[in-house]
Design a protein around this ligand. Sequence first.
Ligand code: ADP
Ligand code: MG
Length: 263
Amino acid sequence: MAPILEYRDLSKIFFKGNQQVHALDHVTAEVQEGELLAIVGPSGCGKSTLLNLSAGLMEPGTGDVLYRGRPLTGVNTQVSYVTQKDNLLPWRTVEDNVALPLQLGDRVRLSKDERRERVTRHIELVGLGGFEKHYPSELSGGMRKRAQLARSLVYEPEVLLMDEPFGALDAQLKLVLQAELLRTWEGTGRTLVFVTHDLTEAISIADRVIVMSSRPGRIQAIEHIDLPRPRDVFGIRFAPGFGDYFERLWSALREDIRHGQEV
Ligand code: ADP
Ligand code: MG
């Protein structure tokens, strides 16, 4: 496997008035093509910043983001991004929201019929069949997440970036959506970068987990998760090996928290 995204010695400092926020500190890592990479870390450690950089929405202070070996110089049109904030357009129905990426720019040239077919297929894929004509305000939180997911998948991007997509949902719904995400992703060969602050979620779904330290965000640990696929997110936490992964990664997170308290 070749890296599709590479972070080379990335640092990022934000300036707010005369205050500085050191968000990322010498981050070097790779995202392999086709893998599901989870990035875990405490709030404020730069996870969203890393995704913004991957999408080419901002520039690093120092260091490079490479996409297929080339430094990113503008918006990365090969990735799609489910942002932390719900950004469905309230005045558009589910199907019109999902169709949006196909109507913007010329990333995908499709006939009207093909476009309709793709929209319908992706709405079905995320389990929203029957809700095509509903507006976001008529949907539950979980359904809005599904609509966002359908909208990100509709132009079949090479890489999907997801920023704490299930963070605000209750525990049961979260499991259901994790299972659906895996069902949607497994076998596609597409790359998925999934940011979360939930270690169990990360181990359950990922091929690799990166643990970041608290701010300024550094890479604290990287672990391959060799649990079999397809995975049953309901049962996997009781599978042999899960506890060992949890313990190792948790100790990396905890060590950092302890260190943070001392200084
Ligand atoms: P996370 O997603 O891990 O919670 P973020 O990447 O959102 O962390 O933010 C890392 C740090 O950088 C935070 O302290 C945040 O307040 C700060 N930050 C993020 N974006 C900006 C910005 N555009 N301007 C100023 N500070 C920012
Ligand atoms: Mg964030």
